[in-house]
Design a protein around this ligand. Structure first.
Ligand SMILES: [Zn+2]
Length: 261
């Protein structure tokens, strides 16, 4: 049996209205390496210009550029409230936003998008999961950590078949939870250490990111790296070096569509 190297996937959040150099250069850098990237678009905020650009890139690089959904409107009207889904929001209320978002995704991207749902700020509750399930998504993507505490929580939670345990979300990465049809494929590495402004952030060093990936690789063979392109405009060389490292380590790169198969 072939000993396959782990899979790495790149998820880029907060694709919205602005077709600026941070989105274009980030995308071109990754595609230039022949590596796939999954852009998570905010259906209520995306502009026609960005949608058309994504569609044309998708046509140019059908196996590499992927479009998925990032919430509905990211609750952009309330920037201090770091939550869109979850909290005390009820099923019907969340279903309305999710279904409306899906309709917009269909309008903008037709067959060009993959039915994966990601949560702005990573927040959701059980009703969100049910609404996502009932809307027919094939996968969700959240965040998974591998500290001892997180691993115990996820192990116990999965054994008990819970979505939430002691107020903490149980992560089923990379699998399916009982009672739901979608798969969960979460990210475990991140470039941003601290946000310092609307489009600026302190980034981890290449060695720190390599270490996040090495640790994740001890516990999973599906490793997601989370990007936020608008913060990375001065860190493209870091991303370039990261890709060179991952290629040298012979990781396989995949899209969600390939991982869901
Ligand atoms: Zn976001």
């Amino acid at each position: 049996m072939e000993n396959k190297k782990p899979v790495v996937f790149f998820r880029n959040d907060d694709v919205r209205d602005s077709l600026d150099s941070s989105l274009i250069e980030f995308t071109n850098l990754i595609l230039g390496h022949g590596v796939p990237v999954s852009h998570a678009a905010e259906p209520a905020n995306i502009s026609k210009e960005v949608a058309e650009w994504l569609n044309s890139k998708k046509n140019e690089f059908p196996g590499l550029l992927e479009i998925i959904q990032h919430g509905y409107d990211h609750n952009l009207n309330n920037p201090t409230e770091k939550m869109e889904f979850g909290g005390n929001r009820e099923y019907g209320d969340q279903l309305k936003d999710i279904a409306e978002g899906k309709k917009l995704m269909d309008t903008y991207f037709r067959n060009n998008w993959t039915h994966v749902f990601t949560f702005p700020y990573g927040t959701y509750n059980q009703a969100t999961l049910k609404a996502v399930n009932d809307s027919g998504y094939e996968a969700i993507s959240s965040k998974i950590q591998f500290s001892t505490r997180s691993r115990v929580k996820n192990k116990v939670g999965k054994m008990l078949g819970k979505d939430i345990i002691l107020g903490k979300k149980v992560n089923y990465h990379p699998g399916t939870r009982k009672g739901y049809r979608f798969k969960e494929i979460s990210v475990s590495a991140n470039l941003i250490k601290k946000y310092t402004g609307l489009s600026t952030a302190d980034h981890y060093s290449l060695n720190e990111i390599k270490e996040q990936i090495r640790i994740a690789g001890k516990y999973t063979s599906t490793i997601g790296v989370l990007f936020h392109h608008r913060f990375h405009h001065k860190h493209l060389s870091l991303i370039n070096d990261l890709i060179i490292h991952l290629k040298a380590e012979k990781f396989r790169f995949q899209t969600f569509a390939e991982m869901i198969k």
